[in-house]
Design a protein around this ligand. Structure first.
Ligand code: SF4
Length: 478
């Protein structure tokens, strides 16, 4: 698409309001880290959930179902596998349990038969007619909008609009849908023992109680479930993150989508293993980059990854977690849990005070937020004080401000895969930089989150997951 085409598409775009989560709402760690499939939390995981939610509200088998996609979902939905996600969701699949190995034949069958099967129901579905990409049209509430319509046997229609607001969470009507496999549910009336909605409140809760940030989060999680269950959830997330690294390091060949991006993780892994004897000066960073690369290649291939806090940025936290395990003496499972809980505390603040949706914030809201979260988590397990942890999170975002989202071909591949390697390395640097100080610093985490929010609002739509600007229009697809 040329720049002129892009201008005309955007000129038609109606002004949009942000749909931020109420800052007083309680968010659980299970809302932030969810095990799902790639390539995108907002464009794959969210739409799959929305399609399933719609089918579940229907009282009986409909005569026909249609889905209309708006805004960023329409512009980059093909590259982000939104079409596949909608077909799967309408068929009753969930991101947590859909098997990446069987998705391709399942979709081929739906397209061949032109029928959606949902339990006992068989609903005619002709994709060209029933799945519509309204490019250049935005619903007012959010730039990731979906409208589902069912024609019922008695001639009536059931219509619902949903919004994929980032990290796999779906807003429909006035309720935030459960974005997790662990049943966290974002709670608007839930009472947490040690709530915080800003970095300043987080620090003052720590000061008053003498607790570290990870423990504050763990105490708050008790509002949903016993500690042992939260620990089991964290262990599943850690295992899933490691599994995505290990699987990614074994795969080779071309990524899907037509960009001809070759998977690199396996070859890099072989080279690094061969050179392990005499460690080169940059070897640690090469390992960290490899871990992130492996996860994001898996994500781009539609494999199983952990949304952390989004799929596009799914490699940053696992890479830093693996760095901790491989390179920090004394690293253990307790430390890994602490890293994730601390990272979650920071993620809550971005969700409450800004957004983690690239369609609203650009890539600063995805890779930038993941970098900030990972920096905080690492600073904590390296022995940082709460102030140093907050400083690490602030540094992690400060140097991602203004980062745009311009994926080539609408695919979560370029710049996304390498960008995660940068986010992971930057997070480690931010953690060590913060630990060099005493926690006192000029720019607070709250100030940098607010700056990210304002920058995201001011950013032209062409740089917010529309593939209408930046690299997406300056690199010729071959
Ligand atoms: S550029 Fe960043 S925000 Fe955009 S799709 Fe890629 S990883 Fe996500």
């Amino acid at each position: 698409m040329t720049t002129t085409d892009a201008d005309s598409v955007l000129a038609e775009a109606r002004p949009r309001q942000r749909s931020r989560i109420d800052s007083s709402a309680a968010i659980s760690v299970v809302d932030l880290f969810t095990i799902g499939i790639g390539p995108s939390s907002s464009h794959t995981v969210g739409p799959m959930r929305a399609a399933l939610m719609f089918m579940e509200v229907l009282p009986e088998q409909p005569k026909n179902v249609t889905c209309e996609l708006f805004g960023s979902l329409a512009l980059t939905g093909h590259g982000h596998a939104t079409d596949t996600a909608i077909l799967l969701g309408l068929s009753g699949e969930r991101p947590e349990t859909a098997d990446p190995e069987t998705i391709a034949p399942q979709i081929a069958e739906i397209r061949k038969a032109q029928v959606i099967r949902f339990g006992d129901w068989s609903v005619p579905f002709v994709e060209d007619r029933d799945l519509l990409f309204h490019k250049g049209v935005f619903l007012e509430q959010h730039s990731n909008g979906m409208r589902f319509t069912a024609q019922m046997a008695d001639g009536s229609e059931i219509v619902r609009e949903y919004f994929s607001v980032g990290g796999g969470a779906v807003l429909g009507g006035d309720a935030i849908a459960d974005a997790s496999s662990g049943g966290g549910k974002i709670g608007h009336n839930l009472v947490q023992p040690l709530p915080f909605s800003s970095g300043a409140e987080m620090l003052s809760q720590g000061e008053e109680t003498g607790l570290c940030i990870a423990t504050l989060v763990m105490r708050n999680e008790a509002a949903w479930r016993p500690q042992a269950e939260t620990e089991a959830f964290l262990d599943d997330v850690i295992d899933a993150m490691n599994a995505s690294i290990d699987r990614g390091m074994k795969q080779e060949g071309m990524l899907p989508g037509g960009l001809k991006v070759r998977r690199r993780a396996k070859a890099i892994h072989a080279r690094l293993r061969a050179g392990q004897e005499g460690m080169q000066p940059a070897a640690v960073f090469e390992w960290v980059s490899l871990f992130a690369l492996a996860v994001n290649e898996e994500n781009a291939a539609g494999g199983r990854v952990v949304t952390a806090p989004t799929n596009g940025a799914a490699g940053v936290i696992p890479a830093v977690l693996r760095y901790y395990r491989k390179f920090v003496p004394g690293a253990d499972r307790e430390g890994e849990r602490q890293l994730l809980l601390t990272a979650a505390a920071i993620g809550f603040l971005y969700k409450k005070r800004a957004s983690i949706s690239a369609a609203e914030m650009g890539c600063q809201g995805e890779v930038g937020v993941a970098c900030s979260m990972a920096a905080a988590g690492l600073a904590a397990v390296l022995g940082g004080t709460n102030q140093q942890v907050e400083n690490a999170a602030e540094i992690g975002m400060e140097h991602n401000l203004g980062l745009t989202c311009d994926p080539i071909g609408g695919l979560v591949q370029i710049p996304c895969i390498e960008r995660n390697t940068m986010g992971a390395v930057k997070a480690i640097n931010a953690a060590y930089l913060a630990l060099q100080g005493d926690g006192r610093h000029i720019v607070s985490l709250d100030a940098v989150i607010e700056t990210m929010r304002q920058t995201g609002e001011d950013m032209a739509s062409r740089y917010k997951e529309t593939s209408l600007g930046g690299l997406a229009v300056n690199v010729v697809e071959c």
